[in-house]
Write a protein that binds this ligand. Structure first.
Ligand code: AMP
Length: 217
């Protein structure tokens, strides 16, 4: 088995916040990932390559061993709900919260304790189903791929389940947070077989990343 370690990442917030942590662990891409259309990048560590893919695909690549490690939002991991990977390390980056939100007007006379049936627009279909089912609340879930904040404004749904960071996007669209589902950050995940087969190299890398995470906070 090759000793190369493949790390799956996605462009945007995760890449931006993970690169400084990797650099502290001695892993730096040899070219600017944001300026390239390549999908696999060599790094300053001859044994480590970075693979750049869609955020929602990271758990799949890691579960099936197409990547040994990955960096994935807890939201993506919760929605994926696979059991073929280890969640190794909270990188404490891309921190935000997964919330139920609704129009300010509706929130004035609304109490989550009285919810019995909800019409929710979200890209987090599995998480929303699980969350409300656990509370005995029935749901009509409408799957969207983005701009969830629009759904209540155009009558597609009453409420949304979405990530909130500063709260500016909700506010700009007349929405307010009404229920907290989970605190979210990005995690380092690992393929289970890789952890056995490439243990020495992975252990060293994970330890260095753990130190980098501590130093960043
Ligand atoms: P904000 O206006 O700062 O509350 O950001 C909210 C918007 O950014 C929503 O559309 C979210 O889906 C998205 N967002 C916020 N935090 C994250 C994150 N950590 N990862 C991905 N998307 C996020």
């Amino acid at each position: 088995m090759s000793t190369t370690i493949n790390i799956a990442l996605s462009k945007g917030r995760i890449l931006e916040d993970t690169l400084p942590l990797l650099a502290r662990a001695g892993v730096e891409p040899l070219e600017d990932i944001n300026k390239s259309r390549k999908l696999i990048f060599d790094t300053s560590d001859a044994d480590v390559k970075l693979t750049v893919i869609r955020a929602a695909d990271v758990p799949t690549y890691v579960q099936y061993g197409a990547a040994d490690l990955g960096v994935s939002g807890k939201d993506v991991l919760m929605e994926y709900d696979g059991d073929g990977l280890y969640e190794l390390l909270d990188l404490k980056i891309a921190q935000c919260r997964l919330m139920v939100a609704e129009p300010e007007q509706l929130a004035k006379n609304d109490d989550p304790k009285n919810w019995t049936r909800l019409r929710i627009a979200t890209k987090y279909v599995n998480i929303a189903k699980r969350h409300f089912a656990a509370k005995g609340i029935q749901t009509d879930i409408i799957k969207l791929y983005g701009s969830m904040e629009l759904a209540p404004l155009v009558g597609l749904s009453d409420r949304i389940v979405d990530l909130v960071s500063t709260g500016k996007t909700l506010k700009a669209n007349g929405l307010v947070e009404v229920e907290h589902i989970a605190d979210i950050s990005s995690w380092l995940v690992a393929n289970k077989a890789s952890m056995k087969m490439k243990h020495k190299k992975l252990k060293a890398l994970v330890e260095q990343l753990a130190i980098a995470v501590q130093d960043q906070s």
